[in-house]
Design a protein around this ligand. Structure first.
Ligand SMILES: C[S@@+](CC[C@H](N)C(=O)[O-])C[C@H]1O[C@@H](n2cnc3c(N)ncnc32)[C@H](O)[C@@H]1O
Length: 192
């Protein structure tokens, strides 16, 4: 049997969250987050195997500074620092996820090369980034595009998982299958 497409899972999650918007906030703790705003994608972690492929696709190395916009539990940031020798920065709006990922970074002794900014990815300075990773819905990527065009240095690589950046032409598109058989499409862009 085919596994469900991850973008469908994310869309279903989003739909479900939207349906719950009418529920009392006390009953739906997570629903009181800014989940229903136009600027938000909920936390759905990228499988570790897919994380590695994203970083490989961008050819991340020790000279890179990787920014994961919406870093969740920090797995991309941690992998970029630990396995690829890069400096890595996560930007995460959810305080609990920030705390969790910062603790994990400290536990692994990666504080010199990895850190998490608690904040809004729409407000972040992308000047130092040579690589940006994204696992955000297409409409969020569309809203991020002007920021990427304005703040990202020429030649910087952007890897978007499963959701394209509308209006940008990918240099490469690859598919990767997670350990549980879900197929992810990765889009590699290079800032012209
Ligand atoms: C689909 S998850 C991806 C998590 C992680 N990058 C990964 O691939 O495993 C999207 C994340 O973006 C975060 N997020 C959503 N809107 C954000 C915003 N405006 N600024 C920072 N983080 C945001 C969510 O809290 C969530 O953790």
């Amino acid at each position: 049997m085919n596994s469900p497409c991850p973008s469908l899972l994310l869309a279903a999650w989003f739909f479900f969250a939207g349906a719950a918007a009418g529920a009392p906030k006390a009953a739906w703790g997570w629903a009181s987050t800014p989940l229903f705003s136009d600027r938000f994608t909920p936390f759905v972690p990228t499988p570790h195997r897919v994380v590695e492929k994203m970083l490989e696709l961008a050819e991340v190395g020790p000279d890179d500074t990787v920014y994961d916009l919406g870093s969740g539990d920090g797995r991309i940031v941690i992998a970029a620092a630990q396995k690829f020798g890069a400096r890595a920065v996560g930007v995460e709006i959810d305080g609990k996820l920030c705390e969790l990922s910062s603790e994990e970074i400290a536990k692994l002794g990666l504080q010199k090369s990895a850190r998490i900014i608690h904040g809004d990815m729409f407000e972040v300075d992308l000047g130092p980034a040579t690589v940006v990773t994204l696992y955000q819905l297409t409409r969020i990527n569309k809203r991020l595009r002007p920021l990427l065009e304005k703040k990202l240095r020429r030649g910087a690589r952007v890897v978007a998982s499963d959701f394209e950046i509308p209006g940008w032409k990918p240099k490469k598109v690859v598919e990767v299958t997670s350990d549980v058989g879900a197929v992810y499409t990765l889009y590699l862009y290079v800032r012209p």
